[in-house]
Ligand binder design. Structure first.
Ligand SMILES: [Zn+2]
Length: 270
């Protein structure tokens, strides 16, 4: 059956191809980190716990915002960003951060067709592909007209999933980039609904995970590459704190997981 061959070919076209060597960053892959990832950056850890406890902690985690990645320039050989760029309020800034920390990587976003067929309230954009350029258009009031129908069909029907997989390029734009991700953004946009960040809950959930022995230690090479989102200064990890060597600002570290968010910063001690 030709469609089965299409499924296999599309699966290959839409999968990251990281190099065999070097450090690999997975941004936003909290539920299903790429097997080659050395670290996962996620912002809404507590929200993931809330959504069904399926957060995958098999990889070291750093809590951070993809728009201010807490790693030195060129730390990684490759960055995987699967279904994260479409959440950005500023896709240019996201893309610039990926290019700052790695020379190449993989980005995958839902297409305009996917957004208008399935639809997700936390995506502010309709995204087209023009060659290797991702073109972001504010979604405005355009919504999937059949509500949850296609999400439900995807869940309930193996044949529907097979058809979807055979026509994957209609639904996903997947780009292997080198140098930079090219993005064109036509205006500003904001999502209907976003996850809310709760630093206290993030701390609590991390403590519970640490007590269970569920957290993976950050490899020494990555500890050395950490820098602060406040000023880009190098961070020194010391017990439950990561302190910026440049400005003295510090951030909580729970069970070895640094929370390097603006919202979690503790001012320098005079
Ligand atoms: Zn600083």
């Amino acid at each position: 059956m030709r469609e089965l061959a299409d499924v296999r070919a599309a699966g290959h076209d839409h999968a990251p191809a990281p190099p065999a060597t070097g450090l690999v960053l997975d941004v936003g892959g909290g539920h299903d980190p790429h097997p080659r990832a050395d670290v996962v950056v996620d912002k809404y850890l507590a929200d993931d716990f809330e959504r069904g406890g399926s957060l995958n902690l098999s990889k070291p985690v750093v809590i951070a915002d993809a728009q201010a990645l807490p790693f030195a320039d060129g730390t990684f050989s490759y960055v995987v960003a699967s279904h994260v760029l479409e959440h950005a309020t500023d896709p240019r800034r996201f893309a610039a951060e990926f290019a700052r920390v790695a020379p190449r990587g993989f980005v995958q976003v839902p297409s305009r067709e996917s957004e208008l067929t399935f639809g997700w309230p936390f995506h502010p954009w309709l995204i087209d592909r023009d060659g290797d350029v991702l073109v972001f258009e504010p979604r405005g009031d355009q919504r999937a007209p059949t509500g949850e129908l296609f999400h439900e069909s995807y869940q309930s029907s193996a044949l529907f999933r097979l058809w979807w997989a055979a026509t994957r390029s209609t639904w996903h734009h997947s780009i292997e980039w080198e140098g930079e991700i090219q993005v064109r953004v036509a205006g500003d946009s904001a999502a209907d609904a976003t996850a809310t960040l709760d630093v206290e809950r993030t701390v609590t959930e991390l403590r519970i995970a640490a007590e269970r022995g569920a957290l993976q230690p950050l490899p020494p090479a990555l500890q050395a590459a950490l820098c602060s989102p406040c000023c880009g200064g190098g961070l020194a990890l010391d017990g439950e704190h990561a302190t910026c060597g440049r400005c003295g600002t510090s951030y909580p570290v729970i069970g070895g997981v640094p929370i390097l968010l603006e919202e979690a910063r503790q001012p320098a001690v005079a």
